[in-house]
Write a protein that binds this ligand. Structure first.
Ligand code: TRP
Length: 347
């Protein structure tokens, strides 16, 4: 069986360091490892519209911003096909046929959708487009015969939904589609990177993000205002490491050589944590350390991003080429789908 990877993001904002450790790094790893037949990354603008239909401009602007983020972290158009969801109209046709294979009750049970509905206060007036986006996501995946879908754990219900639709389709119309598998990031700490406020997952709507596009000053301000241990008031007080955002980030972002370079009086993170727990280590010192590390990691990404931003035509050209390729594949697979269903009248 071919190894076809497909994943994507909703373009509703710039990507942040939570995306970086939670999904982008994983994609870079896959890209470098190779050994796949095809690798698609889709900018899910149509899906983003299901809860931003009144704000098309925002979605449109962020198609470009997200693409800048992809390229800036090192995703390579020679190894990955990037495309825009709404420009592959075959996807809506897939969605239409899959709608028959899902019940309303099943969609309402989807835990991710449920949670989103709760957050958005849609409860009484749920737009159909929003409720059915898992069906359209099944289309995204199956239109390319994707076998592997790298996602965060909040997307597992979407993959499960896709697998159910695939099974239902194959049962009714004969073996046509392949069941995709989710692929979770390896580093569990990075699964859902906590926001700078320490409260919840990093998320634009919560205003607790460090963006890949942030300036050195923005990064510094955000790190210096980070949530630590509210009871660690005086330097001499014993401090808590668990739930302390600075230490959570150090767990995720520390690289070999960082102590030698920026904090040579310590040998390891364990030693730093022990000192903090005992008391006598101030928040400013650990924040400065984290800031140096994040500045190092983000500087080259920001530089590449700024370079690319000057050349939007080139960026859109990559998207256009990728989209053309994606269209061809989706069209071919749509014909297969319709043939399996018996709705191919003219050939
Ligand atoms: N639902 C995904 C998100 O919110 C985006 C997405 C749309 C996607 N279609 C997909 C992810 C297909 C993986 C595969 O981030």
């Amino acid at each position: 069986m071919k190894k076809i990877i497909l994943t994507g993001d909703r373009p509703t904002g710039h990507l942040h360091i939570g995306h970086f450790v939670g999904s982008l790094k994983n994609r870079l790893l896959l890209q470098e490892k190779g050994g796949y037949d095809e690798f698609y990354i889709m900018i899910a603008d149509a899906q983003a519209l299901t809860d931003n239909f009144g704000n098309v401009q925002k979605v449109r602007d962020n198609v470009f911003q997200v693409m800048l983020d992809y390229l800036a972290v090192g995703l390579d158009p020679n190894k990955v096909t990037f495309f825009i969801q709404s420009e592959v109209s075959e996807l809506t046709e897939f969605t239409f046929y899959y709608m028959n294979l899902v019940t309303l009750a099943r969609l309402e049970r989807n835990p991710t959708v449920k949670e989103e509905l709760r957050q958005k206060d849609f409860e009484k007036n749920i737009p159909m487009g929003f409720l059915t986006y898992p069906v359209s996501q099944t289309a995204d995946i199956t239109a390319f015969n994707a076998t592997i879908v790298p996602v965060g754990d909040d997307q597992l219900p979407m993959i499960e939904q896709a697998r159910e639709i695939v099974r239902a389709f194959n049962n009714l119309y004969g073996e046509t589609l392949v069941e995709p598998k989710a692929m979770l990031p390896e580093n569990e700490n990075a699964f859902r990177l906590v926001g700078t406020d320490g409260k919840a997952k990093m998320s634009k709507s919560l205003n607790n993000c460090i963006f890949l596009s942030d300036s050195p000053n923005e990064i510094k301000d955000k790190v210096f205002n980070m949530y630590t241990d509210p009871n660690h008031i005086h330097v001499t007080d014993p401090g808590k490491v668990e739930g302390n955002t600075v230490f959570t980030y150090l767990d995720v972002f520390l690289r070999p050589g960082d102590f030698e370079k920026y904090l040579p009086e310590y040998k390891s993170l364990d030693e730093l944590k022990d000192h903090y727990r005992r008391g006598g280590l101030g928040d400013m010192k650990i924040k400065k350390f984290l800031n140096s590390i994040l500045q190092d990691i983000l500087a080259p990404i920001r530089a590449r991003r700024e370079e690319l931003e000057k050349n939007p035509d080139k960026v859109f050209e990559i998207l256009e080429k990728g989209t053309e390729k994606a269209r061809k594949v989706a069209y071919k697979n749509l014909i297969k789908l319709k043939t399996a269903m018996g709705i191919n009248y003219f050939n």
